[in-house]
Design a protein. Structure first.
Length: 381
């Protein structure tokens, strides 16, 4: 017994099992409050407002999480339930603020499809951002889909050709056009829409879910950037229960410090076998004795696929290396400018000192890391 001002109850490490907890699905997060859908698909379906229970410790809760609730789960106004358990995640879409940030942030949990939304014009497409989001998808075990918007302003042929060797499926949309092809990719899945500001994510969401009423805005004619009209991630059910889409705020950077190269290579089945059989230990796949060049020369995979793999690995490293190791003579000082980090803000300093905040996705924490240099590099490529 340990007497004190809090009473004389014995200390214990045992925690309640909460066998009577109600399962739910997190659809939104807002300043420490969680919107959780309970009894989904039944006559009793209702949204419940909840908070994290202290017993969760520093474990974060994000949109897409399957959780267990106790307390008042009626969903009535001014009621509050507690999240006492987060079920094991099937996937976690993660990123860091930049490639030097040791703290990863989980954006969304339990999604199986990543829809990379990029405009063909206004703003111009940024292939390096697309590459980074592809790497994040492969790392999370999610199936990527390219959604190319604003085809009424520019021809998609060049961008489609650039990503053809990867075998990534794509959809082209235009103002007022039919979205049936996109709906086909979304049906039966939990899909996350990602992309930088102004590419049309919220416009797509409003067309796919008419009751969503997501705010939209225009691209700044001077800077060529979009504005953050979505301030937080939001999960929305497609009509007729055909699946879920999760709209996310526009991001200006997509750090990959947390990604292991083997997770990227495993997405290329025709090259992963060659890497296991021919490559020396700890091969970075850019060195001269990389066995993948010989693997390709023997006809096991195409050169275009190998070049695409190396481009993605280069994007992960934050470098601009030639896909052919024999031609890769870029000195260290010539590394891609998009990895020169901007001065750290007070908000980032506070976040680094709070591990709990680092684990939870904060859409407003995007570092505007040399966006202009990144855009210039994309244009040069």
């Amino acid at each position: 017994m340990r007497p004190g001002r809090r009473g004389s109850r014995p200390r214990t490490r045992r925690r309640p099992a909460h066998d009577d907890a109600v399962p739910g699905f997190v659809t939104a997060v807002d300043r420490g409050r969680y919107r959780v859908l309970v009894d989904a698909g039944t006559a009793g379906e209702r949204p419940v407002t909840a908070m994290r229970a202290r017993e969760l410790g520093r474990k974060g809760v994000v949109v897409g999480d399957r959780v267990a609730l106790v307390g008042d789960t009626s969903g009535d106004q001014d009621t509050l339930a507690r999240i006492v358990r987060v079920e094991p995640r099937t996937s976690s879409l993660r990123r860091t603020a930049d490639d030097t940030d040791p703290f990863e942030r989980i954006i969304v949990a339990n999604a199986d499809r990543l829809v990379i939304v990029t405009a063909l014009a206004d703003p111009e497409p940024r292939p390096r951002m697309i590459d980074r989001q592809l790497v994040a998808a492969y790392d999370a075990g999610m199936d990527p889909v390219l959604c190319l918007t604003k085809a009424d302003l520019a021809d998609p042929a060049d961008l489609v050709a650039e990503y053809a060797p990867l075998g990534v499926p794509y959809v082209v949309t235009r103002r007022g056009g039919d979205l049936d092809e996109l709906r086909g990719y979304l049906s039966g899945h939990t899909s996350v829409l990602v992309g930088h500001s102004g590419v049309g994510k919220s416009t797509l969401v409003n067309a796919l879910v008419p009751d969503a009423e997501r705010a939209v805005s225009h691209v700044n004619a001077v800077t060529g950037r979009g504005r953050h009209t979505s301030s937080s991630a939001l999960a929305l059910e497609l009509p007729d229960g055909a699946g879920w889409i999760i709209d996310t705020p526009g991001v200006r950077s997509f750090g990959l410090a947390h990604v292991k190269p083997e997770n990227v290579i495993n997405a290329f089945e025709d090259l992963a076998e060659g890497a296991a059989e021919r490559c020396p230990p700890h091969c970075d796949h850019f060195q001269e004795d990389c066995g993948l060049d010989e693997w390709v020369a023997e006809g096991h995979a195409s050169r275009a696929r190998l070049d695409s793999l190396r481009r993605l690995l280069s994007s992960r490293e934050g470098t601009d290396r030639d896909p052919d190791p024999a031609r890769d003579q870029a000195p260290e000082a010539d590394q891609d400018a998009d990895q020169e980090t901007a001065p750290e803000t007070d908000r980032e300093t506070d976040r680094r000192s709070d591990p709990e905040a680092d684990r939870e996705a904060d859409p407003e924490a995007d570092s505007d890391v040399n966006v202009e240099a990144d855009r210039e590099a994309d244009g040069a490529s």
